[in-house]
Design a protein around this ligand. Sequence first.
Ligand SMILES: Cc1ncc(COP(=O)(O)O)c(C=O)c1O
Length: 285
Amino acid sequence: MRKHIFNAGPCKLPEQALENTATAVKELGNAGQSIMEVSHRSKDFQAVIDEAKQLFVDLLNIHENYEVLFLGGGASTQFAMIPFNFLKTKAAYVDTGTWSSKAIKEAKLFGEVEVIASSKDKDFSYYPKFEIPSDVDYVHITSNNTIRGTEIFEDLDSPVPLIADMSSDMMSRPLDVSKYAMIYGGAQKNVGPAGVTFVIIRKDMLDKVADRVIPSMMKYETHIDKESMYNTPPAMNIFVMKEVLKWVKEQGGVKEMDRRAQERADLLYGEIDRNPMFKGTVIDK
Ligand SMILES: Cc1ncc(COP(=O)(O)O)c(C=O)c1O
């Protein structure tokens, strides 16, 4: 029997994605090679990565002025890459728990960080309200705080580039990507296995790069230029992600994922709220 673990951590993957991956581990289509052996320069892998990108575009209605990248290093590498590339003088961060605190720590290595709101006073048990200043290089939010269970459901209007860590709510609801300058996350919560990081980045962000020397692998421009293949991409992980996204699309896309998430939440959190045996950890403030 397959177990369902409710911990914040790598997610359960659709059966169909696992079965198709098992087949591709033996042979990717008619390539005569496993997905783990195939060259990332081959047409067989090109078809895999193209389909994965197209699924992101279709599911989220991503416009042509954005690039979809698949990188290594986890969302945690993005905590440093974002300020490395875009923090010239000052950036605004919303502090909503473990992951945003880590992002803030990295940003401080590159410039001034203004924490425009924090829920630390109540152990990160609510999503704080905030105003976005117009004198910063960008604003960074963590849309879903995996460990704390707080989430912002609104796609905000922002006077400065809005960057969101969506590691644990990507593909869980319809999203207006055009409100964001960049969205990123580790795939392992909602869209695949650990080892691949998705980055959706508006191309005009390349005009905003800070005036500093940035190693090639840490530069968004490198990965955009080489279409996520500057170095050997995590081919197997991208394959699994493609299979998960195919499944999401077949089920009815992000609208259906949203409906199911709401249904699950009503069942689980409804009971936690109703039953005196339990005490919820999130407050509405
Ligand atoms: C919201 C959020 N951001 C960042 C991370 C870190 O991602 P990674 O482990 O891929 O570096 C996680 C979880 O692992 C997360 O839940």
